[in-house]
Design a protein. Structure first.
Length: 158
């Protein structure tokens, strides 16, 4: 009986990382709040569009640089860009205004009030960027903003 228990335990321990890895390859159940206090979830990803989730902090120099880059390049990216932070909505509004991000059609700034990004992804550097294809499959992660050409190449499977 102990042998069966130990064997079962070994099998479960061997399978658990594979299950966890498989879950990370699909887009998680997103639940954020945008800077207008509207709830945002997976259903708000435009149909047939890929998604770039970009986790940031407004007091991070690298994140600020990334936001400045996006101000002038976001329109070149063939996907929706969701900039997400655990900071308060007023802080995010100030950041969005300072960086001039409020009128970019494919970019939204949102609050991760449950800090779920940290549960879903293993990251230690900011910004943390993850790209999903139009079917919700995770394609690649970055710790700096990839060029729009790199994103186009990744989305085309090349």
């Amino acid at each position: 009986m102990i042998k069966h228990f130990l064997l079962s335990l070994v099998v479960l321990l061997a399978i658990a990382p594979l299950h966890s890895q498989a879950q990370q390859n699909k887009i998680p159940a997103l639940k954020f709040t945008d800077t207008d206090n509207a709830a945002v979830s997976n259903k708000d990803i435009p149909k047939g569009k890929a998604l770039m989730l970009l986790y940031f902090r407004s007091d991070c120099d690298h994140c600020e640089h990334t936001a400045q880059q996006l101000k002038s390049t976001a329109a070149q990216y063939p996907l929706s860009i969701w900039m997400v932070s655990a900071e308060t909505i007023p802080t995010l509004r100030t950041f969005e205004d300072m960086m001039g991000l409020y009128d970019i059609s494919n970019l939204r700034v949102m609050q991760d009030h449950t800090q779920s990004m940290h549960r879903w992804f293993d990251f230690s550097k900011l910004p943390f960027i993850v790209v999903f294809d139009k079917n919700g499959k995770q394609l690649k992660t970055f710790d700096e903003l990839p060029s729009s050409a790199t994103i186009k190449k990744i989305l085309s499977g090349k």
